[in-house]
Unconditional design. Structure first.
Length: 254
């Protein structure tokens, strides 16, 4: 197994050093604290500065953490805030529907499951937190692709795999699915990803009315669907959960 990359280890040490101090640090202080040559420390600081992770005070020449690191940190916190705000509503949705409930966010051209509530029965189930689901075939993925421009571009740019004979992979047909999703405010997956399973999902918005995730439920087709359509009560329940989570994140009523 390959060992750690020294330059990355040193860069991480520099960031930790700057994060742990109550004041800006000069080049000599950084080098001395980490046991590095001044030239090495300067090279690391210059690279981190170019990437926005470190800023240099123009008067003193000393260094502090940069805005880009803060932006990444806020992104991490946003996901955890979403999960924290969704906990109660996801539990309520699972209890009311009798099905498994998922919260997903866009990540690396897929849907990252950040929260999963088991179906409230005694069946054997596997926790899927941390799992990646496809954008183009799942209800969660379709919702993200329909409402998030970044997710839309990623879903259109990748090769869309046909997981079952029902999976929509052709570009124009998939675009029509997304148009329908935007029009009605929710998406479904009826055996498009897994045989025998159906899903319904709706978007979650933040205080800026930006789509930050999706909430959905999944269950056996015969329970989720009726006469080839998702049961209206389940659609209503999912949309209510999405609105409640969005409201808790500061989104205005919609």
């Amino acid at each position: 197994m390959p060992g750690p990359i020294q330059s990355l280890t040193r860069a991480a040490a520099v960031l930790r050093l700057l994060a742990g101090g109550e004041r800006r640090l000069g080049l000599s202080e950084v080098a001395a604290s980490l046991g590095l040559a001044k030239g090495t420390a300067h090279g690391i600081l210059r690279t981190l500065q170019q990437e926005g992770f470190v800023e240099q005070d123009t008067v003193s020449g000393k260094y502090q953490l940069g805005a880009e690191l803060l932006r990444l940190g806020n992104s991490y916190l946003d996901v955890h805030e979403l999960r924290a705000r969704a906990l109660v509503w996801a539990d309520d949705l699972a209890r009311a529907s009798g099905e498994s409930v998922y919260i997903g966010v866009l990540h690396h051209k897929g849907v990252l499951i950040v929260h999963h509530v088991f179906r409230p029965d005694d069946s054997r189930q596997v926790l899927e937190v941390g799992a990646m689901h496809p954008l183009h075939s799942t209800a969660l993925g379709k919702v993200l692709s329909a409402f998030d421009p970044v997710a839309h571009n990623e879903a259109m740019d990748v090769e869309r795999t046909a997981f079952t004979h029902r999976t929509v992979v052709e570009a124009d047909a998939f675009e029509k699915v997304l148009e329908d999703t935007r029009s009605r405010g929710w998406a479904s997956d009826m055996e498009e990803t897994w045989e025998g399973l159906a899903s319904v999902a709706a978007p979650i918005h933040d205080r800026r009315r930006m789509p930050v995730g999706a909430v959905g439920l999944t269950g056996a087709v015969e329970r989720v669907c009726e006469e080839g359509e998702v049961r209206s009560r389940l659609v209503a329940s999912v949309r209510d959960a999405a609105r409640s989570i969005s409201r808790d994140l500061g989104s205005s009523p919609f």
